[in-house]
Design a protein around this ligand. Sequence first.
Ligand SMILES: Cc1cc2nc3c(=O)[nH]c(=O)nc-3n(C[C@H](O)[C@H](O)[C@H](O)COP(=O)(O)OP(=O)(O)OC[C@H]3O[C@@H](n4cnc5c(N)ncnc54)[C@H](O)[C@@H]3O)c2cc1C
Length: 428
Amino acid sequence: MKKIVIVGGGAGGLELATKLGNKLGRKGKALITLVDKNRTHLWKPLLHEVAAGSLDHGIDSLSYRAHAKNHFFNFKLAALSDIDRDNKIIKLDKLIDTDGTEILPESELSYDILVMALGSVSNDFNTKGVSDNCIFLDSPQQAKKFHHLMLNKYLQLGVKETNQVSVAIVGAGATGVELSAELYNSLEQVSSYGFEHIDTTDLKVSLVEAGEKILPALPERISGQAHQELLKLGVDVRTKTMVTEATDKGLMTKSGELIEADLIVWAAGIKAPNFLKEIAGLETNRINQLVVKATLQTTLDDTIYAIGDCASCALPNGGFVPPRAQSAHQMASLVAKNIIATLKDKPVTNYKYTDYGSLVSLSNYSTVGSLMGNLTKGSMKVEGRVARLVYVSLYRMHQVALHGYVKTTLMTIVERINRVLRPRLKLH
Ligand SMILES: Cc1cc2nc3c(=O)[nH]c(=O)nc-3n(C[C@H](O)[C@H](O)[C@H](O)COP(=O)(O)OP(=O)(O)OC[C@H]3O[C@@H](n4cnc5c(N)ncnc54)[C@H](O)[C@@H]3O)c2cc1C
């Protein structure tokens, strides 16, 4: 039986494992194994909500092991460290517990087809002091750490000469913009849980962007609108501001200014994990992404596919497929088809990226963005309730891909019930 190994159970990899498990694993036509370094999955675009405390990672994440059982694939808890292409084996790191003790030694797993779906990490562009003084939103653990530190700062308000909590966010892409708004929303919630002395004037968020405008990938009118919304909330939006160093006091800018901050979040671009740069002699680009052909097979090895943020896939008219959840979702569907075709000795097909537009949620305050459609023959500006509905439906699409329509509907109902039963904010 052919062995299909998928490394990385995120927006793309988990959908792919689920599809292949249901189509091939169920009938014993292939042995599918998903490898991830974490025990649970949380859809990455929700991380800014975990950071702000509006989402409880413990409740909203999914157990890989339970999901694997329900969808006829195996799950292996381990981190990939290398690939031996000659022997078609992947190498897995030792499994280390949180206290540093070794749970399992290094191991290996053989494959006939390998799919790399490891995602990305924040790119600090080697800026001085960033790794020591900034928090990245690359994983639920990091988002939870930020939330914990934020709650500590609220506890200190009014005590220990702390009169204001200041947060600097570097990078005004969707992550930075959404987090800025979410922090004000969570502060409003916090004040109703025993922090009555706190109001929104106690929080200062500085959003720092090197480019001309916030949300650089979106049309001018949408970024302009989001900019105005952030100003209304009280966010100090700094465009054309280049950060040269991060220190324990805040951010130093190219013009020599210090933007003071108690906490700094770095969200200024992505790269694939560093160890991919030289992995198994495969072709990579300057941000460590594996270069793939239009079929999503890596350029030097047809038995290895790459999808999502760790893949560099050229668009026919120039540019590259953007590192977004919708790209990972679409790539997972194509690779599922191509793997099934290969097993039937049929030809593989090319990936065609479809841009459905971009939406940015300014927490409960507003949602803005543009949708691409055949009807409009281009992009159509959307905002308010319609935009919010479409924004939420992106996550629902991911849930439907994992659980099907019936279970997703039930989960939506449970979420509504939880909104009544549980606090609106994670308070610990
Ligand atoms: C705060 C935030 C908000 C975002 N908002 C949006 C949005 O609104 N819309 C949108 O389209 N995109 C958004 N994105 C981008 C989106 O999350 C990514 O493009 C998408 O998750 C990429 O999917 P992926 O499958 O490539 O990787 P991921 O979803 O990141 O999954 C990668 C998986 O690989 C695992 N892994 C990593 N290294 C190893 C290893 N060595 N061994 C084993 N497993 C490993 C990880 O544990 C993880 O489970 C956002 C990102 C962030 C951080």
